[in-house]
Design a protein. Structure first.
Ligand code: URA
Length: 234
């Protein structure tokens, strides 16, 4: 594995910060100063020290992605690009999306190879909150907002669980749901005779979308963020 990947994977810094640290002689491998971030290291046996911190290899990787439009939340699709195409090929081949966003929905996605964690974060019983910035076609009345918050019937007669809406105007706001049915928010607005025209996930559980990530950009989660996710998955 490349040295910079090992350090980034441990959530200690971005690739560009690591390159700078290597150029500045602040990274050692088995006690010798590393000359290039592309150096091949064995995560199981080589002792890597980054700016005085020893780097532990992580069994799993956790990635935050700012999903652009037109990408499918999957690892493969016959007709459209998939979110894992946006990652480094080695990571893309390893991780899966933790939950789905529709092709036209933007924003926060977590991708990981930790199947157990994904499963727990998505389990309906855990009610992990997900917040979305929405825009709708028609003005959303206070009555409709109340109906959405209390629960509406969607596909298959399912009654949605209580959710919260923080309306900023009749046409836009933030909605937080605690479950994840297929096209849930679009279906909910449809149930009150309205239509979603824009949808962007802005947080997943305890983690807000990092505002420094442009559309299509991603980064590894930090150790603190992984701990917060693990807590939410308990
Ligand atoms: N609800 C939707 O309708 N679409 C999404 O992508 C996520 C939630």
């Amino acid at each position: 594995m490349r040295l910079d990947k090992l350090i980034a994977n441990a959530g200690l810094a971005s690739r560009s910060e690591i390159s700078k640290a290597v150029r500045g002689g602040r990274v050692t491998v088995n006690g010798a100063v590393a000359k290039t971030p592309a150096l091949q290291v064995d995560p199981e046996c080589d002792a890597v020290v980054y700016c005085g911190k020893s780097v532990c290899y992580r069994e799993h990787i956790y990635i935050m992605l700012n999903k652009p439009e037109d990408y499918v939340s999957a690892t493969e699709d016959k007709n459209a690009p998939v979110v894992t195409d946006l990652l480094l090929p080695a990571d893309g081949a390893r991780v899966h999306p933790c939950g789905r966003l529709d092709k036209y929905t933007l924003g926060m996605m977590i991708l990981t190879d930790d199947g157990e964690m994904s499963h727990r974060l998505l389990a309906p019983a855990r009610h992990v909150p997900k917040s979305y910035r929405y825009r709708c076609e028609l003005p959303l009345s206070e009555g409709d907002e109340k109906r959405l918050c209390e629960g509406v019937h969607i596909e298959g007669g399912y009654l949605t669980k209580p959710c919260e809406i923080n309306a900023e105007s009749e046409f836009e706001g933030v909605i937080t749901i605690h479950e994840g049915k297929y096209h849930q928010i679009k279906q909910m607005f449809g149930a009150v005779g309205n239509k979603i025209t824009y949808l962007e996930r802005i947080s997943f559980g305890p983690l807000p979308l990092d505002p420094s990530l442009g559309r299509g950009e991603w980064r590894y989660l930090t150790a603190d963020e992984i701990a917060l996710l693990a807590e939410a998955a308990k």
